[in-house]
Design a protein around this ligand. Sequence first.
Ligand SMILES: [Ca+2]
Ligand SMILES: [Ca+2]
Length: 318
Amino acid sequence: MPLHFRSLKLTGKLPLIFFILIIACTPAAFAQFYKLKVSVPSVQSVAGQQNVAIPIFMSNYLDTVAAYELTFVTDQPDLIRFNSDYVDTSGTLTSGWQYVSVDTAYETGLEIRAMANMVYDPIVHGIGYPQTGQIPLVKILVDIESMPDSISSYFANIEIMANVYDFCFSDEEGQTIGLEHEFYYDTLWYNCNEWLDDTVCNDWEEVTGPPADTMVIDSLHPYLDTTQVGINNGSIQVVKNCMGSAGDADCSGSLNLLDAVSVISYLYKNGASPVCRADCNCDCVINILDISCLISYLYGVGSECNCCSCSEWDASCL
Ligand SMILES: [Ca+2]
Ligand SMILES: [Ca+2]
């Protein structure tokens, strides 16, 4: 009987418990939900490589995407250079689209514009949903400059410009995704640089205020709603060319105990990052297994291990 009584009491509390759970979970759930999200991954490459393809990923849950515009900039324009002549759509969600253009933006940045369907046949539909970011939206190409001897590796951040002028996604009806408007009154002033006659201007230029040739009362201001559209920026880590084997951490061109010392210093003594690739066992991660692998390779201690070749490392890790 006491068990039965306790069971009844618990049942009576269940709706309240669920209600509390819903209240507790709702803000976090909404905070993480985007209609659309674009991500630049963090990748690694080698100094001097040309046309390194960086996949750009998109997750999309509520709309078909039939057109987009994306703009990328980097904080290391002297070390990596965006290829503004060609964009790689092979194996991407943009493959087969009728219009894809690429251009320079912000002097050293990159702008991509793409539309699934133009006016001619066959009709190309946009990207259906949901998309969970498994297939790249498109691949941008980057040329990497040779690295100065004084630098062992560096990061170049790649940022997506998150503003209404540089970032745009739309569905097949031309409705933009994540674009919102807010109302406030603003007065814009314009001067004419070239009158065609007394009434027609060929070139209006916005100025800060009067005197001016004309003015416009503006009340609608678009903005990119970053609660609807998520953006993840990424980076490219550039390492020096591989010499001989991938375990050649100090870039001396040969494998010896100094390479193991270099890796130990890096992992456990806050030492500098290895000058060359210290990933001896070719699993794309530098950790204690690489030290074991190096010792085993050099002295035949422990399990059998040969450091992978540079070409094997390139194939596995780039
Ligand atoms: Ca070495
Ligand atoms: Ca490793």
